[in-house]
Design a protein around this ligand. Structure first.
Ligand code: NAP
Length: 244
């Protein structure tokens, strides 16, 4: 199918994991994908791997100049921005008593401020066009909390709030804004966990398996297309039925 034919799609953190799977899925649907990632070697390798419909632009989503330059370049090279997936994210887990202020600030800067910056500048282009789709990467922990994740949960819960604000503010410009909240998805982000915990967490999922990046990519893809043209301001959970 060609549900995203010639649509210009930015995927932040698209060098690996869920972002890479999303870039691949968008390309399969005819989209033109710009991977905006921090790591140049991973980003370039992924863009090469995904072929001529994909390019890489080195970007730090938490840095205003870097984001402005990304948006300016995509607008100049491609003429429009139809979809942005604010997928880039980091973890710096620690219990409250041990969490240093810089660990808190860094996760807020990338996972929440990064989403604010990318949306702010991409939405300028989308407003001019009178259309666009903004998709934000939340997590089930925004709803349930999680041990050792004060910073991450704060950022994801904040991002869900911003999603609802932006759906209200941008709807009249033909822009849809939604968040996707994955449960346990097997990526590099979760690969460092002890085997025992990985098995235990998988057992807690009613569907009895961890999710794959492709599961989340399929949902992003649906939300990016006109098939989802009346969905805005939503937080869609994709978690195999898990209750944390
Ligand atoms: P991942 O494998 O760690 O990939 C994240 C990507 O974001 C990496 O390529 C990383 O680049 C990039 N990134 C980090 N900081 C950045 C910055 N400042 N600017 C631009 N790019 C940056 O993560 P994932 O598991 O695919 O997760 C993707 C998103 O889904 C995240 O927002 C995460 O919070 C969310 N999520 C994941 C799960 C899960 O179970 N995996 C569950 C719920 C939600 P580097 O290579 O330089 O680090």
């Amino acid at each position: 199918m060609n549900l995203l034919k010639d649509k210009i799609c930015i995927v932040t953190g698209g060098g690996r994991g869920i972002g890479k799977a999303t870039a691949k899925k968008f390309i399969e649907e005819g989209g033109v994908v710009i991977i905006a990632d921090f790591d140049a070697s991973t980003g370039t390798a992924t863009a090469d791997d995904l072929g001529e419909q994909c390019t890489f632009i080195k970007t730090d989503v938490s840095n205003s100049d870097s984001v402005k330059s990304l948006i300016k370049r995509v607008k100049a090279d491609c003429g429009s921005i139809n979809v942005i997936v604010n997928n880039a994210g980091i973890l710096k887990d620690q219990t409250l008593e041990k969490m240093e202020e810089d660990q808190f600030d860094k996760v807020i800067q990338v996972n929440m401020r990064g989403v604010y910056l990318c949306t702010k500048y991409a939405a300028e282009v989308m407003r001019e066009q009178g259309s666009g789709v903004i998709l934000n990467a939340s997590s089930v922990v925004a709803r349930f909390g999680n041990f050792g994740q004060t910073n991450y949960v704060a950022a994801k819960a904040g991002l869900e709030g911003m999603t609802k604000v932006w759906a209200r503010e941008l709807g009249k410009h033909g822009i849809r804004v939604n968040a996707v909240a994955p449960g346990f998805i097997q990526t590099d982000m979760t690969a460092g966990m002890p085997e025992k915990i990985i098995t235990m967490m998988g057992d807690k999922v009613p569907l009895k398996r961890w999710g794959q990046p492709e599961d989340v990519a399929n949902l992003y893809c649906f939300l990016a297309t006109d098939e989802a043209s009346y969905i805005s301001g939503a937080v869609l959970h994709i978690d195999g039925g898990v209750v944390v």
